[in-house]
Design a protein around this ligand. Structure first.
Ligand SMILES: NC(=O)c1ccc[n+]([C@@H]2O[C@H](COP(=O)([O-])OP(=O)(O)OC[C@H]3O[C@@H](n4cnc5c(N)ncnc54)[C@H](OP(=O)(O)O)[C@@H]3O)[C@@H](O)[C@H]2O)c1
Length: 290
């Protein structure tokens, strides 16, 4: 499969021993409604994944819980054998139930099984990056990550995982994980309107660790605010483009994984994220979370 030679806007970041584009792609929205079942437009989903690679994206985020199994199968069908430059990040720690819920599964045997399932569904011998997902659907929860992370560190030592990260975590759980094994990224909810992780982002930047915001566009409830609409109108851009450009400018260690099920939106987001925001724009956008 051919890949674009130009570097995407936002440049690159070193994730462990791999270089990835800061503009990546989150594959969760490719599954059916509420991330359950197959997409109505399977060919369209495959086209989005191939377009991401054509556009030069080298970082795709997924999980075997999406569908469940569906998103990983789509990635494999669309992109295997994978370009050498592509890093696929997956996550473990949750499964799905018949009602579409996300029950946690974090016992050592659950995590070993989930890693095996991800290896099989993605069709690889080693997973590039596995995030240990903590918390629940409402966000991070207190509690130790150590036992779960030790299990992933063992699987890494066995050669089944190349790099480790954590997701949906408190700052304390980040510190606990780092006592067990090195991490290359933290993936938490963060966007223009939800900025509780500001201090954590700055600390990780100092330590050379990536911060990968999920729901960068607001997730299931798209970002909406008068300030965002005003800045977008002033710049002649879409609110989505402004939200992504703001993240790229917020800190060099922020990697984008916006989701979409549409090729047109993917192209629009890639082009739009290259906006340059003035100090005045940023000040107005910063006021949204206050
Ligand atoms: N670690 C975790 O616990 C966790 C949790 C949630 C998500 N994630 C990861 O984070 C990634 C990003 O989150 P997300 O995909 O849920 O939310 P998101 O990126 O904030 O927003 C995606 C939504 O925005 C819409 N959208 C995208 N571009 C658009 C555009 N140009 N114009 C209008 N609408 C647009 C999409 O609809 P269309 O399909 O119509 O474009 C989709 O509904 C996921 O894909 C997943 O990989 C991780």
């Amino acid at each position: 499969m051919t890949t674009a030679s130009s570097t995407l806007l936002g440049g690159t970041w070193r994730l462990g021993d791999r270089t990835v584009t800061r503009f990546g792609y989150g594959a969760m929205q490719l599954a059916g409604p509420w991330v359950m079942g197959s997409p109505a437009d399977r060919d369209g989903a495959i086209a989005v994944l191939r377009e991401a690679i054509t556009q030069g994206i080298t970082h795709i985020d997924t999980s075997d819980a999406y569908g469940p199994r569906i998103t990983n199968q789509l990635i494999r069908e669309a992109l295997h054998p994978y370009p050498e430059s592509l890093l696929i990040a997956t996550k473990v720690g949750a499964n799905r139930n018949a009602e579409g819920g996300w029950p946690t599964e974090r016992r050592p045997e659950d995590l070993r099984r989930q890693v095996r399932e991800n290896l099989e569904s993605l069709g690889v011998e080693t997973l590039d990056l596995v995030n240990m997902r903590m918390g629940d659907a409402t966000g991070p929860q207190p509690g130790s990550i150590t036992e779960a992370f030790e299990t992933l560190a063992e699987l890494q030592q066995q050669g089944l995982i190349r790099h480790l990260g954590v997701s949906n975590v408190t700052a304390e759980q980040v510190a606990q994980a780092r006592e067990t094994a090195p991490i290359v990224c933290v993936q938490n909810m963060y966007n223009l309107a939800h900025r509780h992780d500001d201090p954590l982002i700055d600390k990780l930047a100092d330590d050379g660790i990536a911060y990968v915001p999920f729901f960068p566009l607001g997730g299931f409830t798209p970002l909406q605010s008068a300030e965002l609409s005003r800045v977008a109108a002033r710049l002649g851009a879409t609110p989505m483009a402004v939200a992504l450009a703001w993240l790229l400018q917020r800190s060099a260690n922020i990697l984008l994984i916006p989701g979409t099920s549409k090729v047109a939106h993917l192209r629009e987001n890639i082009a739009g994220a290259g906006l340059t925001l003035s100090a005045e724009d940023v000040a107005e956008l910063d006021s949204i979370s206050r």
